[in-house]
Write a protein that binds this ligand. Structure first.
Ligand SMILES: [Zn+2]
Length: 78
């Protein structure tokens, strides 16, 4: 989700996140420039489409690096 006010500012903080009865995720956020609360709503299908794909090669490399680091501390990794 892209959080931006109509004035172009990014929000200072997210106030709350929730779901509607028809399975839409709703995010309320605060724009300090306008001093007002805004919200964005998207269906879970839209959220899934916008979610970045898992980078399996990077994940595998990170897991391998983590295992080596833990083993260097004497922690057994299965
Ligand atoms: Zn604003």
């Amino acid at each position: 989700m892209q959080f931006a006010c109509h004035c172009g500012q990014t929000p200072d903080r997210i106030l709350e996140i929730g779901f509607t009865s028809n399975r839409h995720m709703v995010v309320h956020f605060w724009c300090a420039a306008c001093s007002r609360v805004l919200f964005i709503s998207q269906s879970l299908d839209e959220c899934a489409q916008l979610c970045p794909r898992l980078d399996t090669e990077t994940e595998t490399q990170s897991a391998s690096d983590d295992a080596r680091f833990l083993q260097s501390l004497g922690i057994a990794v299965s």
